[in-house]
Ligand binder design. Structure first.
Ligand SMILES: *Cc1c(COP(=O)(O)O)cnc(C)c1O
Length: 392
């Protein structure tokens, strides 16, 4: 996944920044179009929860809509409200609530809501009566993830609880949905079993009188590798950001990574062989060398367990972090002959030739690429780029 044509900010934009994330909105739009082409008969919900997986909620949502997303999806109501307050009028679903969630705030902004249990429907219906709106509800069935959703016989009970509220006009069941446990393991038998259970659950709801507009279950992995799960609407997240939900499959599906994380060297200096580097002296060079101070740390989302293993590119040098990752900084060993200077750019991950990827970081730190991009700290500026620029 290397792309020399990714837009880059001008040096003037990043001058003086310690660490920043470049967000290539043209890549995001390309990914949305690529995924839509894979599921041409389904509507597209751009999943932009968690600040668009760390990429910046509102600019990403706008770009996804430009590229054809008919829906936006977020976990938390506060994220949905933020999208409406930014002026986005696209259909919008939020799916995680607790007792006392302010459903009136959702209904007054035309935000669709989700329910996994009768008491949630009661709270939604109360908000509908209070606001004079009909709540657009997506009923969630647990088809085997074992997380949210109504499980087993609870599903029939949920549907039977919804029907009188629908007849009353308090709610409209506009969606029925579920979520996969193992869509990222393409051969796993639970994938087909969950699909079968889902379509049975839909049929049961229809027998009770529900007439949902959209049945939906496909996350990124299912959108990419399980066409039989596309149904009326697909809900990709990670793939939209250009990262693979199935990294074990040697195929980038034509997706382009959207985020690059970079920093500028804050200091370059010589140290002698044997001088331990950073807290705990977890790295000790065995020759006299040049080290660079990188002003990014775990407060910026650099995992502390990237100590000695987090991959980097500095100029033509591909290397790893030297020593412990601290809260605000870490060190790189630039080598005895280095001509690097303070101000030079360090790439933690990107999509250019020779640059480590977010997947490389996930592999190095025993996690998934989702966590690498989502954890980028709130204090790291996101530079949203949508045209060609010049290299910093
Ligand atoms: C996060 C999420 C998605 C997107 O998952 P990806 O694996 O990132 O594609 C889809 N649906 C629901 C309910 C989610 O919570």
């Amino acid at each position: 996944m290397t792309h020399t044509d990714a837009p880059t900010p001008t040096r003037a934009v990043t001058d003086g920044l310690t660490v920043w994330a470049e967000v290539d909105l043209s890549a995001l739009e390309h990914n949305v179009r690529t995924l839509r082409a894979l599921a041409p008969r389904s509507q597209f919900m751009a999943v932009v929860k968690a600040d668009a997986y760390g990429h910046g909620l509102v600019p990403v949502a706008r770009a996804a809509v430009r590229a054809g997303a008919e829906w936006l999806g977020v976990a938390q109501l506060g994220e949905a409200v933020a999208l409406r307050e930014a002026g986005l009028t696209t259909r919008l679903l939020t799916w995680l609530s607790v007792p006392g969630t302010d459903f009136a705030a959702a209904l007054s902004r035309d935000i669709d809501v989700a329910a996994s249990a009768p008491w949630v429907l009661d709270e939604i219906a109360a908000a509908a009566r209070a606001t004079g709106r009909t709540a657009r509800v997506h009923l969630k069935v647990d088809t085997g993830l074992g997380r949210g959703g109504a499980y087993g016989a609870d599903w029939g009970a949920l549907v039977r609880h919804a029907r009188p509220l629908e007849v009353e006009g308090a709610i409209a069941v506009v969606g029925i949905w579920t979520h996969f446990a193992l869509a990222d393991s393409p051969e796993h038998p639970t994938v087909l079993a969950q699909q079968e259970r889902f379509f049975e659950a839909v049929a049961e709801a229809e027998r009770e009188g529900c007439r949902p507009e959209v049945r939906h279950l496909a996350n990124s992995a299912a959108t990419l590798v399980h066409p039989s799960a596309h149904a009326d609407l697909v809900r990709p997240g990670i793939a939209m950001y250009g990262l693979s939900p199935v990294p074990q499959i040697d195929d980038d599906f034509g997706l382009r990574p959207v985020m690059s994380l970079r920093a500028r060297l804050a200091l370059v200096k010589r140290i002698p062989a044997g001088q331990g580097v950073s807290y705990g002296h977890a790295y000790v060079p065995d020759v006299d060398t040049t080290v660079g101070l990188v002003p990014a740390g775990y407060a910026d989302g650099v995992p502390r367990n990237a100590t000695n293993v987090g991959p980097l590119r500095v100029g033509d040098l591909r290397t790893t972090i030297a020593g412990r990752v601290c809260m605000d900084q870490f060190v790189v060993d630039l080598g005895p002959e280095s001509g690097a200077e303070a101000g030079d750019v360090v790439t933690l991950f990107g999509s250019g030739p020779g640059e480590p990827t977010a997947q490389d970081w996930a592999d190095a730190t025993d996690t998934i690429s989702y966590e690498i991009v989502t954890r980028v700290g709130a204090r790291v500026p996101r530079l949203h780029l949508d045209g060609p620029g010049e290299h910093p």
